[in-house]
Design a protein around this ligand. Structure first.
Ligand code: EPU
Length: 341
């Protein structure tokens, strides 16, 4: 097995920070992954597995071995009676997520269209249970295969064992323990469409009748919405939403509503209330703010950006200042979404 040494990772993390991997290898087969992990264990090298690098803040060079999972297979199998038109797709971890969405949409299959244009690879999607426009990965999830790195053994995870929550899964609670190599998802011709998310529904109902809607139309509309407010990582470094939308008690929410009548909030089934973190940061006047090489995106305050030439530390310090300001003004704790290394 050939390892590249001192591999520059700037093109492999969407924030574009320039750090190096001591050793680096791309792997597209499960057996080769076992071999690489065993070799690293023998040498005493720590192993770090990378996906698309779209939810990652690098703050230092990475010692040991960085493995990039590049398996890019996609297989559609009819599941259940044929007339149900329900398919199980088995997807390699290295498949670009948006490419997968477009592939299923081009076959006229519903399921993934609301998750269009989310950066990153399929293997990383379950880790933070990606979600957008009313759909989360867990709503379309069947199962996955992952290598348990400390034992070099394969594990299967079904929906329950992934312990999915809002931007959360069992893998977030066991960081760097598992390498997800295949994800199985359910898509179909007759699946219910989810177009009720405010901005999506406004745009779609203005242009189409219910009968005209196709997976492709939903996907294109989601792309249009995302492109109108989220920066393209190939142009400006970012990791999507930098903070979770915080959840507060009903009493806390009531107090805030009285002080800030325009507060954007979403009541949850359990009686708590989710707040729009973007609105909180925007209300501090920080949208479009810049400090050195980092800043807040000018169209969506939940996204922090790297203008180039900066460091992960610079971004983290800036993020901490925002957390403190939100705490001071609203008494709300913002939790960072990307993984920090
Ligand atoms: N808002 C502002 N100012 C801003 C940003 C937002 O006032 O600068 C307000 C908007 O007007 C809107 C509300 O906040 O009323 C919510 O904004 P938006 O619809 O843009 O969604 P979000 O809650 O900010 C979440 C996800 C996004 C996802 C969108 C659409 C999280 C942390 N983020 O953002 O996910 O695309 O909903 O479903 O849940 C990501 O995770 O990387 C991501 C982009």
């Amino acid at each position: 097995m050939q390892f590249e040494e001192n591999k520059d990772l700037s093109a492999l993390n969407t924030l574009g920070f320039s750090y190096k991997a001591e050793r680096y290898v791309e792997i597209n087969e499960d057996t080769a992954l076992n071999e690489a992990v065993e070799y690293a264990q023998q040498k005493g090298w720590p192993v770090f597995v990378m996906g698309g690098g779209s939810n990652l803040v690098l703050t230092r060079n990475i010692p040991g071995l960085v493995i990039y999972l590049s398996k890019n297979t996609m297989q559609y199998d009819i599941r259940g009676p044929e007339n149900c038109w329900l398919f199980k797709i088995t997807v390699g971890a290295g498949v670009n997520w948006h490419q997968l969405v477009r592939d299923s949409v081009s076959r006229g299959l519903y399921g993934l269209e609301n998750l269009s244009l989310i950066p990153g690879n399929t293997g990383a999607a379950p880790v933070q249970n990606i979600g957008a426009y009313g759909v989360e990965l867990c709503d379309r999830f069947d199962s996955l295969t992952a290598l348990h790195l400390p034992t070099n053994e394969w594990h299967e995870f079904d929906l329950a064992s992934c312990e999915f929550g809002y931007r959360d899964s069992v893998f977030k609670h066991h960081p760097d323990e598992y390498a997800i190599t295949s994800v199985r998802l359910l898509v179909g011709k007759d699946m219910p469409q989810e177009t009720s998310y405010d901005s999506l529904s406004q745009l779609i109902t203005r242009r189409y009748t219910q009968n005209e809607i196709t997976p492709e139309i939903v996907s294109n509309t989601v792309c249009e919405l995302r492109q109108s407010k989220l920066p393209d990582p190939s142009i400006i470094g970012n990791a999507g939403s930098f903070f979770h939308n915080p959840i507060v008690t009903r009493a806390h929410h009531e107090g805030l509503r009285q002080r800030f009548p325009n507060l954007v909030s979403y009541p949850q089934e359990d009686g708590t209330v989710k707040l729009a973190a973007g609105w909180l940061i925007d209300s501090l006047g920080l949208r479009g703010n810049r400090k050195g090489a980092v800043g807040v995106h000018d169209k969506q305050a939940l996204v922090l950006v790297h203008h180039g030439g900066g460091t992960g530390h610079e971004l983290l310090t800036y993020a901490e200042e925002i957390q403190q300001s939100v705490q001071d003004k609203f008494g709300v704790e913002l939790i960072m979404e990307p993984k920090v290394l």
